[in-house]
Design a protein around this ligand. Structure first.
Ligand code: HEC
Length: 121
């Protein structure tokens, strides 16, 4: 999977990914699994979320706003995740996430990179 990433990102990844995993554990893992095949919890499984359509965990019952975004063809990428985490409800009014974004830009970047690494092969 790393093979697919541009070289400049690859160089920055190992440190950022460890950092991102720690932020994810602290702020997201209560609701989101990332292991492949793990069932959805209170939130959808985020393993492979990058490249996936919005609202794309088949085992999760999404809000109308995320379903509509997915049906309109929106897909998650790293930058979109970073923007989402500034203020999730501002991006998707009516979102059911029940959690705020991340205040620190460095945390948003680290988590978005970590999730980018959790792609299914
Ligand atoms: C209190 C539980 C909870 C926490 C904590 C939480 N989320 Fe969520 N998340 C959800 C729920 C529920 C949804 C589905 C929302 C909906 O259907 O509107 C969601 C949706 C998402 C989605 C859209 C997924 C998709 O398949 O389109 C992303 C991305 C996401 N969360 C990332 C995060 C990240 C990153 C964190 C940590 C910074 C986080 N969430 C923290 C519950 C949570």
């Amino acid at each position: 999977m790393r093979r697919l990433l541009p070289a400049f990102l690859l160089l920055a990844l190992p440190a950022a990914a460890a950092e991102g995993e720690a932020v994810f554990r602290r702020h997201c893992a209560n609701c989101h699994a990332v292991a492949a095949g793990a069932p959805a919890g209170p939130g959808p499984n985020l393993g492979g979320v990058v490249g996936r359509k919005v609202g794309g965990d088949p085992g999760f019952d999404y809000s109308p706003v995320l379903q509509a975004a997915g049906e309109a063809g929106q897909r998650w990428d790293t930058m979109m995740l970073e923007r989402f985490l500034v203020d999730p409800e501002a991006m998707f009014p009516g979102l059911w996430m029940g959690a705020n974004g991340l205040r620190e830009a460095a945390d948003r970047v680290a988590v978005a990179r970590y999730l980018t690494e959790q792609r299914s092969p």
